[in-house]
Design a protein around this ligand. Structure first.
Ligand code: ZN
Length: 366
């Protein structure tokens, strides 16, 4: 396939012609300088590295009805919140079905990988591993030990089974718990992550010490907090739709100004479809409502570039010959790529070069 238009990747946006074969970039040239082969399809569009969803709770996909009204804590707090009661009542088979459906939805959107906070201890991690086994979406699992005070054997088992630990929030845990979890993750070479300043502001010292690999939300963070996070070099995942549901809004323009390395996530699957494109558009529109717009380029980086850096795979965010990038082609006008990708992408305009065949989603070309 030959794409005439533009590239949007870690080096920003630029006009280009890109040849893609078997799901890999094999040639990149100036627009109009790469000639189409006789057996080749040519389209106009924007080539991007496949996006990554930086934060989900896919287990929540078992919820199919509108959640009850109430503060976020009453819905998602362990052990008696709505979602934990629902998880306890749902069979393993039903959970597997729901999580697999969510992963299929993400795959249809072109999502390359997802970073999931998995509840239910060791069994929760094992369930998600089973559900994700045949999915093309790479699933990074941050599990959670259940016992308090920390049970060393359980913590080690959780750390060994997953890709790290994702804690509920800084203020829900003692400093000793945070320290032992962080040490165990560090020792095993795995990720230590936690929610922070979601419903109320927490002081940065509670979530920056021990230093995490990833923070989620910071919806209530003050400008000084954002600077402290940026100075510490800790990446942050924001989930604007999930926060908006409870009347909150992370300051994305403030994060951009402070130099925060930001990712975007769709959070609880019981609140929203795990569509990173819908999250991206909402994030953009939301910053306009706040009167402090974040740039489209900053938002695009949050799904196309920053997550690859977090995964220590920076080259996968480069659309160039020989990189491990999984290219996606979006059939959108190529004049202002970041703006187009952030505001216009739907499943209907993705043309995805798969391993050996061309796979299209949506209805536009059928
Ligand atoms: Zn979360």
């Amino acid at each position: 396939m030959l794409v005439e238009g533009a590239i949007l990747d870690r080096d920003g946006a630029r006009p280009a012609a890109v040849r893609i074969m078997d799901g890999r970039v094999v040639e990149v040239g100036q627009r109009g300088t790469v000639s189409r082969r006789s057996d080749e399809r040519k389209v106009e569009g924007i080539v991007i590295p496949a996006p990554i969803n930086g934060h989900t709770h896919l287990g929540d996909a078992v919820s199919t009805r509108e959640p009850p009204a109430g503060p976020v804590e009453s819905l998602v707090a362990a052990p008696d919140g709505y979602k934990f009661r629902l998880l306890a009542e749902t069979t393993r088979a039903a959970k597997l079905r729901a999580v697999r459906a969510a992963l299929r939805r993400m795959d249809a959107d072109g999502t390359r990988a997802v970073v999931d906070f998995r509840e239910e201890g060791l069994r929760g991690i094992q369930l998600l591993r089973s559900a994700a086994r045949r999915s093309p979406v790479r699933t990074v699992i941050l599990g959670r030990p259940l016992r308090r005070p920390i049970d060393r054997a359980e913590l080690d088992a959780v750390v060994a089974a997953g890709d790290g630990v994702g804690l509920s929030s800084a203020r829900d845990e003692t400093p000793e718990t945070r320290r032992s979890v962080a040490d165990a993750c560090r020792h095993a070479g795995k990720y230590f992550a936690l929610h922070a300043s979601e419903a109320v502001r927490e002081p940065p010292e509670t979530y920056l010490d021990p230093r995490p690999d990833l923070l989620v939300h910071l919806a209530e963070a003050a400008p000084d907090d954002l600077r402290a996070v940026a100075d510490a070099g800790v990446r942050v995942v924001v989930c604007p739709r999930s926060n908006a549901l409870f009347g909150r809004q992370p300051d994305l323009a403030g994060m951009e100004a402070a130099g925060v390395h930001m990712l975007l996530g769709t959070d609880n699957a019981m609140f929203h479809a795990p569509s990173i494109w819908r999250e991206l558009e909402f994030a953009y529109v939301g910053t306009r409502l706040k009167g402090r717009p974040a740039s489209a380029a900053f938002l695009a980086r949050a799904v196309l570039v920053e997550p690859y850096d977090w995964l220590h795979e920076p080259d996968a965010a480069s659309i160039a010959v020989g990189t491990p990038a999984t290219p996606l082609v979006l059939r959108l006008p190529a004049d202002d790529p970041a703006y187009q990708v952030v505001t216009r992408t739907t499943a209907h305009v993705i043309v995805r070069p798969a391993r050996s065949r061309l796979e299209e989603t949506g209805s536009e070309d059928r």
